[in-house]
Design a protein around this ligand. Structure first.
Ligand code: ADP
Ligand code: MG
Ligand code: MG
Length: 886
């Protein structure tokens, strides 16, 4: 037997099922499923997605077998309906609809009323007793066929229609009678012939194959390609084609068409939400030609049909166990369903619906956890414009949704202004062509960032996401003129100081201020995440603790606080150098850097010791009872001194140092490859007094807080270890300082000394290092950099192109490269635990907040992941999903 390419669905029985989405597309599979459920669906058949891929592989032609099966199924449809395509007496009309496995609303094409020609239109007129209806259907068909199949511009038809309306002196289409519509058809025919240079096809079979070609062809139109690339949809066979008998919402005043959702797709409320239009067909509802009625008024207008619809909605939701998005048509008071699918929804609705469905007993907690995506959760973790407010707003421009959340502020055009205005207590939005590292300060104080060039991985986008700051990037309509401190959009001018509002979740830009909603883990979201925690905490782990934990990367007490509120269970990385950049410490530290003798250096470090003790105390207090990993100084000293001669001269004055000497010292500190140079533990080896000071600060702070009754759990982390001896020396040094601090102290501190595994050699020799480490923390940023040999700071110049050319599937600094870098992580854990079975292991690179990297970490046996405070809820969810998918 030959392969089945075409699947029939009839009045009460279908060959397909909901599970066959890959093959029948979502629309086709669900039409089949509804048919089998006994829900009224107009009969038809689905040409499989496999045919789409055959069509493209065989140079836009079909195997004979496909043509044969289409003919057979058309025959069966005509028999079942008792009508024939193109028949003069009682013609069958069909729609030809697209539908891929993953829904891409509005991206591909559909043709309605196919089968009409000059004789069928008479048949319809006679049969319905409604001549006007027949000619209206015909003109719609010519327009749609012309547009979708032959590419006749929409306006050409619009103009022809308007001319006739003007002639008759009417405004609405509904005011045209049958004779007027006949004229419209004539006029459309000439538009068609003029543009296509061929007559409008009268043979319904020719029409049918034209439409099938167009639907398959629309799989690769620009819109669809773009949609798939934005939504990262790959590896699909193609679209299916559904040929379905028509029902007519435009038959009469007791007919109509609508769309509805079983729950509100923007809030998730359990409220039957929808819109409909009487005496209208298909796309009229979404096209916005007439204003549709809310579904609630159908209840009074036609209680019978409304009740049926409610009943079907409930059955479908119960059957699919998810919120449904449905299309329906009423023909002469009879209800038909034309589509159902799991409805697209906002993050907020996703969470509410999932939690409600659990509480209604429709799905289990694990299902709820699995259904929410990181992107949906992300939407909820930033201030946002309420979906209600959004409905009444018109954006002035649209760019890329580079970093989610909304921001309101006054326009400023450079980082210095941003900082200046912010210091006066003003809220600003930084508007630039593109940002660069010098703008960090301004970005940091801005509410949000808007750039006119650059993509999703541009500096602005990447930094904004890291800061958890809203960003709209690459907004091409925004034309910036820095000289006049203005920007314009389509000729309209916006000045420095004008308020604008950005929505980084969808890339929209609005004029003026819009009130925002603050994020919080309230209600349903908290409930959902607590279920996720339960799943994670039950996960069995090797090492010293059970459960797959989520920690945060936080350098300041307020960041730690935020993270704890978001559910962080510890700190996986405190970068002590961030504390050094504060003015007071920076001056002392710079004196230390230029000092000549050990004693001078020790003296210069003393004021920093005091300040670091305060920093650590603040963090320990917030993290009461939770582990706090503190990394000793990591960056090269060169990063702490100014680079230009004028700046060095100024600094010399400030420090009371000799200019020549300082210039010489700055030169000495310069390195060709600072990231591979004198940094991390290498500084600890050559300047032991720096690490000694930091360890002293950590332990002194711990003792002070422990005395106040705080449960402190410091974990001292030594960065950039490449050989065992480095760790041996540094651990001994640290131990000496600890012994000194703890000498005679009456409180005990549970501390650990561990290392980062971020140099490939450390992973390779993890068994040799383990005896000297209480824990391993994988620094996957450096580990990725060194494994690929990609400079993290320069990847912007080629990685985007690598991804475009499919040399890389994704940016390895965003998603852990499981097959390469991942081997080193797995090896590090395995070798380490071979020697020390209780070795605790975690990850503190950026990857700790990335869902697929989290899944990898779970498989690799890590005890925890650590990520920025704003990613903590996402990591809690993703960690639970990793445990469930095991
Ligand atoms: P999309 O995927 O863009 O929603 P559809 O294939 O669902 O496209 O069709 C577009 C519109 O035409 C929808 O409103 C749909 O309900 C309507 N439609 C499609 N097929 C039929 C049919 N056989 N009878 C009546 N209306 C139809
Ligand atoms: Mg549809
Ligand atoms: Mg590192």
């Amino acid at each position: 037997m030959s392969e089945q390419y075409v699947y029939y669905f009839g009045t009460d029985k279908a060959e397909g099922r909901a599970e066959m989405k890959e093959l029948l597309g979502g629309k086709g599979a669900n039409l089949a499923e509804m048919t089998n459920l006994g829900i009224p669906v107009p009969p038809g058949f689905t040409i499989s997605t496999g045919v789409c891929s055959l069509y493209y592989r065989s140079d836009r032609t079909y195997p004979d077998e496909v043509r044969k099966q289409v003919a057979e199924n058309l025959d069966r449809l005509e028999k079942e309906m008792g009508k024939k395509l193109g028949n003069r007496e009682d013609p069958l009309l069909v729609s030809v609809r697209s539908g891929a496995a993953i829904s891409m609303p509005g991206m591909m094409d559909t043709v309605l009323n196919l089968g009409l020609n000059s004789s069928a239109v008479e048949g319809i007129a006679k049969n319905t007793g409604n001549t006007r209806f027949a000619w209206d259907a015909y003109r719609r068909f010519i327009q749609m066929y012309g547009d979708v199949v032959m590419g006749v511009p929409h306006e050409a038809f619009e103009n022809a229609l308007n001319a006739i309306k003007r002639e008759k002196g009417v405004g609405a289409d509904t005011e045209l009678n049958a004779d007027d519509l006949k004229k419209v058809v004539d006029s459309y025919m000439s538009v068609y012939e003029r543009t296509v240079d061929k007559e409008f096809p009268q043979d319904p079979i020719e029409q049918l194959w034209g439409a099938i070609d167009a639907v398959f062809g629309s799989w690769n139109n620009d819109r669809a390609l773009k949609y798939r690339s934005i939504n990262k949809i790959g590896d699909l066979l193609g679209t299916a084609v559904n040929v379905q008998s028509m029902v007519y919402g435009n038959w009469s005043d007791t007919s109509g068409t609508g769309v509805c959702f079983s729950r509100d797709p923007s809030t998730g409320e359990n409220y039957f939400y929808g819109e409909y239009l009487m005496n209208a067909q298909g796309e009229d509802v979404v096209a916005g030609i007439r204003t549709p009625e809310p579904l609630s008024s159908l209840e009074s207008a036609n209680p019978e049909v409304y009740k049926q619809l409610v009943d079907i909605k409930e059955r479908l939701e119960g059957h699919y166990r998810d919120m449904q998005d449905m299309e329906f048509t009423i023909q002469e008071g009879r209800l038909f369903l034309l589509q159902t699918r799991n409805g697209k929804r906002t993050g907020r609705a996703a969470v509410k619906v999932a939690v409600d469905l659990v509480n209604e007993g429709m799905i289990g907690r694990n299902d709820a956890i699995s259904r929410i995506t990181a992107e949906q959760l992300d939407q909820l973790l930033h201030p946002m414009i309420s979906p209600k407010a959004k409905k009444n707003l018109e954006p002035i421009a649209r760019g890329l949704e580079a970093s989610p959340g909304a921001a309101v502020g006054k326009v400023v055009f450079n980082a210095e202004e941003a900082e200046l205005w912010a210091s006066r207590g003003e809220k600003v939005v930084l508007v630039r062509r593109e940002t660069s590292p010098e703008d960090i300060g301004g970005m940091n104080v801005a509410e949000g960032i808007l750039t006119s060039t650059g993509g999703m991985t541009s500096h602005a986008a990447v930094v904004a996401r890291g800061m958890g700051k809203p960003c709209v990037a690459g907004c091409k309509d925004v034309v910036i003129d820095e000289s006049t401190k203005t920007f314009s959009i389509g000729g309209k001018i916006y000045r420095e100081g004008d308020f604008i509002t950005l929505d980084g979740s969808d890339g929209e830009v609005y004029a003026g201020t819009i009130e925002l909603e603050k994020p919080s883990l309230s209600g349903e979201l908290n409930e959902l995440l607590s279920w996720a925690d339960e799943i994670r905490h039950k996960a069995k782990r090797v090492g010293i603790e059970d459960g797959f934990m989520v920690r945060t990367n936080a350098d300041l007490p307020q960041d730690a606080r935020l993270a704890v509120d978001f559910g962080a269970e510890g700190i996986g990385l405190t970068r002590t150098e961030h504390m050094f950049f504060e003015e007071a410490k920076l001056t002392s530290f710079r004196s230390m850097i230029i000092a000549d003798s050990l004693q001078e250096r020790v003296d210069a470090l003393k004021p920093i010791l005091k300040l670091q003790i305060e920093d650590f105390r603040g963090i320990f207090r917030v993290m009461d009872g939770k582990p706090v990993t503190i990394r000793l100084l990591d960056p090269p000293l060169h990063e702490f001194v100014p680079h230009s001669e004028t700046e060095v001269r100024e600094l010399a004055k400030e420090l009371g140092a000799n200019v020549e000497k300082l210039l010489k010292r700055v030169m000495e500190l310069k390195e060709l490859n600072p990231m591979l140079g004198h940094r991390g533990c290498r500084l600890g080896i050559t300047y032991p007094e720096i690490y000694d000071m930091q360890v002293e600060a950590i332990m002194t702070a711990a003792v002070a807080e422990a005395r106040m009754g705080i449960d402190v759990r410091p974990e001292i982390m030594i960065p950039l270890i490449g050989s065992t001896a480095e760790l041996e020396v540094l651990r001994t040094n640290a131990q000496k300082v600890i012994n000194r601090v703890m000498d005679g102290v009456d409180v005990g501190i549970d501390y650990l000394i561990g290392t980062m595994i971020e140099i490939p050699r450390a992973a390779l020799t993890a068994d040799l290092i383990a005896p000297h480490a209480d824990f391993y923390s994988f620094g996957t940023n450096d580990l990725t950099q060194m494994t690929f040999g990609f400079s993290r700071d320069d990847v912007g110049t080629f990685v985007p192109e690598y991804i475009e050319k499919k040399i890389l599937k994704f940016d390895p600094f965003q998603t852990l490269d499981a097959s390469g870098v991942g081997q080193l992580v797995e090896m590090g854990v395995r070798k380490g635990r071979n020697v020390k079975p209780t070795l605790k292991a975690g990850i503190c690179g950026e990857h700790g907040g990335d869902p697929s990297s989290i899944a990898f970490c779970y498989k690799a046996g890590l005890n925890y992941v650590s990520c920025s405070p704003y990613r903590v809820p996402i990591a809690r969810l993703a960690a639970a999903q990793a445990v469930l998918n095991r």
